[in-house]
Design a protein around this ligand. Sequence first.
Ligand code: A8S
Length: 174
Amino acid sequence: MIRLYHTHELHPHQCGSALVQPIDAPLGLVWSLVRQFGSPQAYKQFIKSCEIVVGDGATKGSVREISVVTGLPAGRSREQLEALDDEAHVMVFSIIGGDHRLANYRSTTTAHEYLHQGSAGIHSKRTVVIESFVVDVPGDNSKEETRSFAETIIGCNLRSLARISEKMACTVKV
Ligand code: A8S
């Protein structure tokens, strides 16, 4: 499953990698945040606003226009939903425009549930989210710079997703 969705062929001028985020919350809850193509700001903290400009935000081909918070080397990004599978828990989107340096960016996010065996035989449902990406390396940057830039943003997004999901899971429990 992981090999199927997170193995990408890289052209010589591209880079990419995959990040893994364990979350102490059930898959259904985590997925309900990830799957909202029209509301990435629900957990992505660098996004100021998002508008669906093509489609309904749930079907392949939908396009969103996001604006980014100030302080980043970008203002806007136009992104297309390539796949949203609520059964397999897979979401793929690509960046198709904007005033930033991530050309031909494509990211795949999958979520997987596992049973955590706690002390005293207490079991809880936890989730692992994996996000991988491929992107062109701009001519004046190295692969390493481009990869670490994207990884920094994705890492922040995934930690925020974990924080919010765990908070919501906690609220539901009590
Ligand atoms: C995502 C992942 C990334 C988003 C990047 C890498 C971006 O939204 C930000 C800064 C940029 O310079 C590029 O899942 C862009 O959102 C925060 C505007 C695309």
